[in-house]
Design a protein around this ligand. Structure first.
Ligand code: NAD
Length: 375
């Protein structure tokens, strides 16, 4: 999609959500001005804020707004200490977050992990292993595989020879060709916007799913001759992320492997406050429904104190501009502004190290102001 009129539902949620969302909107307004866009952004309550406002974690009016919008810019939801009498199904994590993912058929999860050179102190790996900086995008299939395959149950079975019963748990890993094709297309298209290298992760030496995954991804790759494809077993992928993370550009994974590897990769960036994510639905014409949110949660320990790092939320805006609206220049401008401010030495507490000579600790608002000014 490449329309200059952007219809966005902004759901800040709970904890640090409203604080970091405020800074993201500030940056979006700066982008709107610079690139002559018309941003039609409407804010609505979700999570405990939804329960407080309308008695539901996902109020009807909020869902309606989402349906009428091109995408959702999401903060985060959930406050573990609030009202334990409210059942799990009605609590924000399930009633809002999982409901929205299901409602919009979000099958592709994009988790970029970028460690700028200036933040090498925040990374657990040695400087040598970080090379010129880590820049990986994990593309994870989100609606299939082991987490959803049937049968899925725990049953009592006979232990044999009069020994009574034992329990047996069954999970089923299942993928169809179309499910693999559609996530592979997302990964190849995204690799085209980056360094044009795709590493497809599987376990083709052991799993039937791995064999099919490898075959289908190889077939899809013929449509993207400009992207270099390599295959890697998941166990080696986990090891290579620690040994030589700079070899990766885009990593394509099925659901469970992606869950594990995206968190492993995230650890390389040093703080959850730096990590955005996008979840995309099916393409319909030139439109892809998108859901954009920081990788972290509501951070109740620092909420309301002007301590949260707004960069994950701001980088979610960049993902939104790129994937929902096709505004690559505007997306690049947001990422460049973040890079510039980091290079200038501004740090929120989570990425601050006293060992950096030119670093200056700032709050959420000052970080947002600086990034908006750098657009
Ligand atoms: P969390 O991600 O909220 O916090 C973990 C740690 O990371 C905390 O020390 C926190 O201060 C820090 N952190 C997170 N984001 C930060 C930021 N932007 N800047 C600086 N530091 C940051 O995880 P948690 O404490 O396990 O969960 C708190 C609540 O958030 C729970 O209710 C959980 O269910 C919810 N949650 C929601 C989402 C979501 O809405 N997508 C995701 C994860 C957790």
């Amino acid at each position: 999609m490449s329309s200059k009129n952007l219809k966005i539902a902004a759901l800040a949620g709970d904890g640090i959500g409203p604080e970091v969302m405020r800074e993201a909107i500030k940056v979006l307004r700066a982008v709107e001005k610079k690139f002559s866009l018309t941003v039609n952004l409407t804010e609505a309550p979700v999570g405990w804020a939804g329960i407080d406002a309308a008695g539901k974690a996902l109020p009807d009016a909020t869902l309606k707004l989402c349906k009428e919008s091109d995408c959702i810019l999401f903060g985060s939801v959930g406050l573990p200490d609030r009202d334990p009498s409210i059942p799990k199904e009605e609590r924000p994590e399930r009633a809002a977050l999982l409901r929205l993912r299901k409602e919009f058929g979000l099958f592709a999860n994009l988790r970029p992990v970028k460690l700028p050179k200036e933040l090498s102190h925040a990374c657990p790996l040695s400087k040598e292993r970080q090379g010129d900086g880590i820049d990986i995008l994990v593309v994870r299939e989100l609606t299939g595989g082991m987490y959803f395959g049937q049968p899925k149950k725990t049953e009592e079975i006979s232990a044999g020879a009069g020994k009574g019963t034992i329990q047996r748990a069954i999970d089923t890993m299942v993928y169809t060709t179309p499910e693999i094709e559609r996530i592979a297309h997302v990964a190849f298209r995204t690799a085209r916007l980056r360094r044009k290298k795709l590493t497809s992760i599987d376990k083709a030496n052991v799993l039937e799913n791995g064999i099919l995954w490898r075959e289908v991804v190889t077939k899809v790759s013929k449509e993207y001759p400009d992207v270099t494809l390599e295959h890697m077993f998941v166990d080696n992928g986990a090891m290579q992320l620690m040994l030589r993370p700079t070899q990766f550009d885009v990593m394509l994974c099925e659901n469970m492997f992606g869950d594990i590897l995206s968190d492993e990769a995230a650890a390389l960036a040093g703080s959850l406050g730096m990590l955005p994510s996008a979840s995309l639905g099916a393409q319909s014409g030139d439109r892809v429904y998108g859901f954009y949110e920081p990788a972290g949660g509501t951070a109740p320990d620092i909420a309301g104190k002007n301590l949260a790092n707004p960069i994950a939320q701001i980088l979610s805006v960049a993902l939104m501009l790129r994937h929902s609206f096709g505004f690559n220049d505007a997306a690049n401008a947001v990422e460049a502004a973040v890079g510039k401010v980091i290079a200038s030495g501004l740090r929120t507490g989570d990425i601050f190290s006293a060992s950096e000579t030119n670093a200056r600790k700032v709050g959420t608002t000052e970080m947002g102001d600086a990034i908006a000014a750098a657009i």
